[in-house]
Design a protein around this ligand. Structure first.
Ligand code: NAD
Ligand code: MG
Length: 471
């Protein structure tokens, strides 16, 4: 064994202010009340954040409407593209700062925010900048919708912002976006970037707050389009409130993906894929491979190797470049993961975690697997949204398909096999928006993403992602 030497990324590059206002009509403005955002790795309060009420939301929607009518929808598409390219370049220039800020506010390892989140954010703006003056090649007679209300979750704060804002602006809409209450800081940094890029005031507005702010935004009468990413429960509420109005709606909700390993799969690669599928971003991933379906004949060997690999995962300081698993995003999420894991034990599944020292302060959960899981167990049915894997076995491809599809969700799935024909056979039968073959959790702005069934409707990314923002 060797002595472990931490390699923490410096925090000096970020300048977190004591308090932040709302970003409305190109200015930061105060609100009557506020809330705190914390660093989940230390429970340190990072900043006081303005909480938007219905009056503030109304101001933001009015600013977005004015900017839509008088400026943004009037601009030649090539001019809109220039702004988006400029934003993309500033994101690249400030990428180190954004990565550190994201890791501090969210708890995710710097390795991921630096190598995955922020590069994808820039890539998304570049990709949709390229579409702005070519929309007629995507749909006939492309026309923007108007003002988009966008509500996003905390697991990929800046990436979810990019998924929402880039296509909306490229298509000529203006936006009011509400980030999640535990992770507002990178959205507020993005507001500064909009100013740096000289984006006309009101084209992007950021209103911070919790569920009530989100509700005021999606229920506002001046909104033409609602785009929501988050839990299925809140998605249902929003679908009810939007029903019967002229508003357009897209929902990106939860998931419970099956990661299916056949006996001819390359085992070591499959183990890496399983680890990436469930422990990436602490398992706070809507498309996480949270149900492992392994063919019975190789189950024992595969699980042995998986446990050996899990014992090497390093849990701890998100800013340490060696960290594989960072902090759980909030006390509430940690509680949810603990409750569901306890339910798994009560229902008779076998729980295992590698020996792993967790820091004293902050919110942490060791990587965990459950074996002997039945399809009826809560840990096989409900989204845990944490570093917890449920293992089930199957004998035939038909059984694998039946078990994989036995879920109210349908966002993603993984297939591991040497046979190309089997990959296609599985992909045709799996009820999931994305099927990865011999890989997992791969994202590209050119590739559409979205779900079936209770995972929502609408697609983000690619040419399909434009349709949500065009008439
Ligand atoms: P959440 O639904 O609690 O919150 C999401 C956002 O909605 C937050 O900004 C929150 O403040 C806001 N909100 C809460 N109540 C609201 C209401 N009544 N009206 C309007 N807005 C409201 O979800 P979460 O716990 O923050 O995020 C985790 C969930 O998001 C998981 O279920 C995950 O699967 C899902 N998710 C899905 C995708 C996808 O693309 N399908 C991506 C990321 C996360
Ligand atoms: Mg935070």
């Amino acid at each position: 064994m060797f002595e472990y030497a931490p390699a923490p990324e410096s925090r000096d590059i970020v300048d977190i202010k004591a308090s932040y206002g709302l970003f409305i009509d190109g200015e930061f403005v105060d609100a009557d009340s506020s809330f705190k955002t914390v660093d989940p790795a230390s429970e340190e309060v990072l900043a006081e954040i303005a909480e938007a009420d219905a009056t503030d939301v109304d101001r933001a929607v009015t600013a977005a409407r004015k900017a839509y009518e008088s400026v943004w929808s009037q601009l030649p598409a090539t001019e809109r593209a220039k702004y988006l390219f400029r934003i993309a370049r500033i994101i690249q220039e400030r990428s180190r700062e954004l990565a550190v800020l994201e890791s501090i506010d969210n708890g995710k390892p710097i390795r991921e925010s630096r190598d995955v989140d922020i590069p994808l954010v820039a890539a998304h703006f570049f990709y949709y900048a390229g579409w702005a003056d070519k929309l007629e090649f995507a749909v006939r007679d492309p026309r923007p919708i108007g003002v988009a209300a966008q509500v996003i979750p905390w697991n990929f704060p800046l990436l979810m912002l990019a998924w929402k804002i880039a296509p909306a602006l490229a298509c000529g809409n203006t936006v009011v976006l509400k980030p999640a209450e535990t992770t507002p800081l990178t959205a507020l940094a993005f507001a500064e970037i909009c100013r740096q890029a000289d984006l006309p005031p009101g084209v992007v507005n950021i209103v911070t707050g919790a569920g009530e702010t989100g509700r005021a935004l999606v229920e506002h009468e001046g909104v033409d389009k609602v785009a929501f990413t988050g839990s299925t429960d809140v998605g249902r509420q929003i679908a009810r409130s939007v029903a019967g109005t002229a508003k357009r709606l897209t929902l990106e909700l939860g998931g419970k993906a099956a990661n299916v390993i056949f006996d001819d799969a390359p085992v070591d690669q499959a183990v890496e894929g399983i680890v990436n599928g469930i422990f990436f971003n602490q398992g706070h991933v809507c498309c996480a491979g949270s149900r492992l379906l392994v063919q019975e004949s190789i189950a024992e060997e595969l699980l042995d190797r998986l446990k050996t690999r899990m014992a090497t995962l390093r849990v701890g300081d998100p800013l340490d470049k060696n960290t594989d698993i960072g902090a759980i995003n909030s006390a509430a999420q940690l509680e949810k993961i603990r409750t569901l894991s306890a339910a798994g034990e009560e229902e008779g599944a076998t729980r295992w975690s590698p020996p792993c020292e967790l820091p004293d302060r902050g919110f942490w959960f060791a990587p965990t697997i459950f074996t002997g899981v039945a399809q009826s167990h809560r840990i096989a049915r409900e989204e845990i949204f944490g570093p917890v894997l449920s293992v089930l076995t199957f004998r035939t491809p038909q059984e694998a398909v039946e078990k994989a599809n036995n879920t109210p969700y349908g966002l993603s799935a993984g297939v591991w096999t040497e046979k190309g024909s089997r990959i296609l056979w599985m992909a045709e039968r799996l009820r999931a928006g994305v099927v990865w073959a011999n890989t997992f959790n791969k994202f590209d702005p050119a590739s559409p993403f979205g779900g079936y069934k209770e995972s929502g409707f609408g697609r983000e990314g690619g040419r399909h992602g434009l349709e949500a923002y065009l008439r």
